[in-house]
Design a protein around this ligand. Structure first.
Ligand code: ASP
Length: 329
């Protein structure tokens, strides 16, 4: 297809950050590879079919294992999307990312990008050099969603193995399966097959253009620590986290519970404390909180509650305002 025709379909920008989708290892094998090895242009060579889907431009933001993603990379991604989305030729964005922390990047962007244009994260569970690598199909399907008018206004999305997930609900729920990235019991909001995009749900929580959060001239995000509760968990670690962070998230047991020793440390804390759960499919409602000075994470897992708390701490908010945000975002 010629350039004019493709540009009529729309331009999709692929922002690459690394991960297993860009991983290289022993030919055919699925373990023992180096993530973040191939460039975004190498990835594209494996999906020549994209040449008839959209006009594609690429940008290598970084090339790392997603466990090395930082707040600075998040801010760079958000600023890039915010700036480029003003270009009327650009229909949408795809971000390639390692699966380990993809959910945190997706949720962060969902809270700070100021565009209704589709922003779609994808990655893979198998490195590019394995048998039946899943990266090329995931990348193809992510571009098909990014160019789809149906995806406009749905907030940041993730596309894996034919399923479309909302940024708020998506998580890595398995360490090896091709279906590792999903939304658990909340399910996918859409399906993509052979380039056809189907949506069945709309994310209800506040996101993108309606979100109060801005990246502005932030150079970094406030430090928030996550503390995991378990039998005999040492409250001294919690006290240390409180003294050395601007906010703390506790991964409590059950519906966000913890010991009386933890409670003593929480009652003395001078920073906001959000209560989430160490259980995957969990809900921590206000009503079950053990201390009045804490904030309920709703159904956000600890790592996503930390993203939202970090953003709350960039603004001058009282505890009741932070509570309201946790109920709405
Ligand atoms: N460790 C890899 C990463 O998150 C795993 C993956 O991409 O699947 O970068």
């Amino acid at each position: 297809m010629n350039k004019e025709k493709l540009l009529k379909k729309g331009k999709v920008i692929i922002l690459a950050t690394g991960g297993t989708i860009a991983g290289v290892g022993e030919s055919g094998k699925i373990m023992g590879y180096q993530p973040g090895s191939l460039s975004v242009d190498d990835l594209l060579k494996e999906v020549p079919q994209l040449k008839s889907v959209a006009f594609i431009e690429t940008m290598q933001i970084c090339n790392v294992n997603s466990d090395d993603i930082t707040d600075r990379i998040w801010l760079k991604l958000a600023r890039t999307v915010n700036e480029l989305s003003k270009d009327p030729q650009i229909a949408g964005f795809v971000i390639t990312h390692g699966t380990d922390t993809l959910e945190e990047t997706a949720y962060f962007l969902n809270l700070v990008v100021k565009t209704k244009k589709p922003v779609v994260l994808t990655g893979s569970m198998r490195p590019a050099t394995s048998i039946s690598a899943d990266g090329p199909m995931n990348l193809y399907e992510a571009v098909c969603v990014a160019i789809s008018e149906k995806a406009i206004g749905k907030g940041v999305l993730a596309v894996f193995s034919d399923h479309i997930y909302s940024a708020r609900q998506v998580s890595k729920l398995n360490s090896f399966s091709l279906m590792a990235i999903s939304s658990g019991e909340m399910g996918a909001i859409g399906i993509v097959r052979d380039g056809d995009v189907h949506f069945y749900e709309n994310p209800d929580k506040t996101h993108t253009v309606d979100s109060c959060f801005m990246v502005g001239d932030l150079e970094k995000l406030p430090k928030v620590s996550i503390l995991y509760f378990y039998v005999d968990a040492d409250p001294a670690l919690l006290e240390y986290a409180i003294a050395n962070s601007k906010g703390v998230v506790i991964a409590g047991a059950g519906a966000g519970e913890y010991s009386l020793k933890f409670k003593e440390a929480i009652e003395k804390a001078s920073v906001p404390i959000v209560i989430s759960s160490r259980i995957n499919a969990s809900l921590v409602p206000e009503k079950t909180l053990l201390s009045e000075r804490t904030i309920a994470a709703d159904n956000l897992p600890p790592q996503k509650a930390a993203v939202l708390l970090r953003l709350c701490l960039t603004m001058d908010l009282g505890i009741d305002e932070i509570r309201k945000i946790f109920a709405e975002y």
